[in-house]
Design a protein around this ligand. Sequence first.
Ligand SMILES: C[S@@+](CC[C@H](N)C(=O)[O-])C[C@H]1O[C@@H](n2cnc3c(N)ncnc32)[C@H](O)[C@@H]1O
Length: 246
Amino acid sequence: MRKLYVIGIGAGDPDQVTVQAIKAMRQVEVFFVIGKGAEKQELVDVRTSILTEHLDHPYRTVEIADPPRDRDPADYRGVVEDWHDRRSALLENEFAQVDGVGGILVWGDPSLYDSTLRMIERVLDRGAQSFDYQVIPGVTSVQALAARHRMVLHRIGEPVHITTGRRLREDGLSGSTVVMLDGDCSFTKVPGDDVHIWWGAYLGMPDETLIEGPLRAVEQEIVERRTRLRAEKGWIMDVYLLRPGS
Ligand SMILES: C[S@@+](CC[C@H](N)C(=O)[O-])C[C@H]1O[C@@H](n2cnc3c(N)ncnc32)[C@H](O)[C@@H]1O
């Protein structure tokens, strides 16, 4: 492969694809799609519609099956490292079949809770292939959340922390904190009566749902809405900001 574009496509709204992303996609001859098996068809459809809307040159799509992994392991880091190894071996094999320009579309932006860049580094570190790669930034779900709630993520001059549901449960809350990858409504475990929450699910997508308010006043509503939406659609993606002392 001569060149690889790693292209952030935004977190769900096809109108958030940047002009730079479209220009890069137009260079790509082969798109590598890392499938998640029973991946939500709606997420696949967002990617497909972006490609059909913006491209009129011939291109191929190569599907790479995502190897299975233990979702709740005792040794989280070890299991993820092993999974990345197996994923990057599959990618390496597919990269080797391509002469020209490849592309990988990444949900949101590749810099945030996404393993694509780590896998590419692994492929290059193994030394069997060498190619140039370029990252095209995309709108993250964090930015989409902030925009839909029309808010600044932090107070004036203060930091903002971005973490996962698992780490929120382990570390507790301190300061403005964005929580991603939380399948367990970890906000319900955060103590205190002065915490505020800004929550968003399916941001930029037709079922987008927003709830905001004092955590203790709205947490039950979020849990119930989340459970119902998840049951109706079979999947959910949500992200939220917590801030103590509001
Ligand atoms: C594997 S991470 C990928 C994040 C992505 N790279 C980004 O820039 O937003 C998936 C998590 O991102 C968040 N997420 C992504 N898209 C979302 C959306 N449209 N609505 C709400 N949350 C979203 C959820 O917290 C989900 O669990």
